[in-house]
Design a protein around this ligand. Structure first.
Ligand SMILES: [Zn+2]
Length: 356
């Protein structure tokens, strides 16, 4: 697909496992050389001095136009490339087709949505979409949230898990305002299931300065996802307390919608979520796996997404950490920092798709 060769020079490179200082060379949509035996020029040469070169970022919880919703789903590609994201999973597919997902430049998978009615899991639409999406289905997703009067007991969650088991898929659970204890939810979930919005506060897994359920989830292999949604699902006091107590997430995702994407001057995306995590006390060494290898593992794409390797797909982001201030102040939920991430280059499928 890609004709032009690309040379990203002099960067600090995280390949998904370890770090080195040096160059990455892209040819024919693939990483043709890295670290050693790298040609000294290319059609496009980018100097990444003082910047970090990482695998294209993965957003495992996004809401994409035409898949989650036409009304509040955000456009693929243009809502993701400026933040270094080259692959995303829709976190609640109710419509769309595999052909639609294939029409995007970015890589895209789906978590099919299971609604709840009268305390029962509604699996009919997800069943239908299993065939429509085929191997683009990465999992299922349900809501366990008592602000929905249809959700009253663990029964619909148990039914959703049973359906996920039948399908051989992981289940993502949106959980805040939980109607039952966090431990009861963790008891129902399986290794590889994903709990999202963990820093929501108000009856989420980090809300009461009691991390017993968090510990249990981690021991069990339940994946803990920030699912930030800006301020909507992140109480910054809860986030900071959890990180300080040693309870960082496994994965950081945006839960981006058209509203969060465009009501902050187009600045909301995964790079901003990373800035918030850094400001909350997460080190870069811990943070980068949360948006690359850990995210890939959560959606069944280990070794394929979230890594840089010679011969592999050329999905690359170049990030700068420095004087990129941000400021959140909504309903008393205040979080700001002078330092943050900015994406300076995104390469997807061997093509430069974003440049600052
Ligand atoms: Zn969501």
């Amino acid at each position: 697909m890609a004709e032009k060769t690309i040379l990203i020079k002099n960067g600090r490179v995280f390949d998904g496992e370890s770090y080195f200082y040096g160059d990455v060379y892209v040819k024919g949509g693939r990483i043709a050389a890295m670290k050693s035996d790298v040609p000294d020029t290319a059609d496009i040469v980018f100097d990444a001095r003082e910047k970090t070169v990482v695998p294209g970022l993965i957003d495992i919880h996004a809401h994409i136009l035409g898949i989650s919703s036409d009304q509040w789903g955000t456009p693929a590609d243009s809502s993701f490339f400026p933040f270094g994201v080259t692959a995303a999973a829709d976190g609640g597919a109710v419509k769309g087709t595999a052909e639609l997902a294939d029409s995007f430049m970015m890589r895209c998978g789906v978590f099919l949505f299971i609604g709840v009615k009268d305390d029962r899991a509604q699996t009919a639409n997800a069943k239908k979409l299993l065939d429509v999406y085929g191997d683009k289905v990465m999992g299922l997703k349900t809501m366990y949230d008592a602000t929905d009067p249809n959700v009253r007991t663990l029964a619909p969650l148990k039914e959703a898990v049973a359906f996920a088991e039948e399908c051989g898929l992981p289940l993502t659970v949106h959980c805040n305002h939980s109607p039952t204890s966090m431990e009861s939810i963790v008891d129902v979930l399986r290794r590889g299931d994903i709990l999202t919005h963990i820093f929501h506060g108000d009856r989420s897994i980090c809300s009461e300065n009691d991390y017993a359920a968090f510990k249990k989830a981690r021991e069990k292999g339940v994946i803990l996802d920030a699912g930030m949604a800006g301020c909507v699902h992140t109480d910054f006091a809860v986030l900071k307390a959890a990180v300080a107590a040693g309870y960082a997430p496994d994965v950081v995702s945006t839960d981006i919608t058209k509203l969060s994407a465009f009501t902050r001057g187009g600045k909301y995306g995964l790079a901003l979520c990373m800035s918030i995590m850094r400001a909350a006390g997460v080190s870069e060494e811990k943070l980068l796996p949360m948006v690359t290898v850990n995210a890939a593992a959560a959606v069944g794409k280990s070794g394929e997404w979230g890594v840089l390797r010679v011969g592999g797909d050329a999905d690359i982001a170049v990030l700068e950490y420095g004087d990129h201030p941000f400021d959140y102040n909504e309903n008393g939920n205040v979080f700001s920092s002078q330092k943050g991430y900015d994406c300076v280059l995104t390469v997807c499928k061997g093509l430069v798709v974003y440049k600052r």
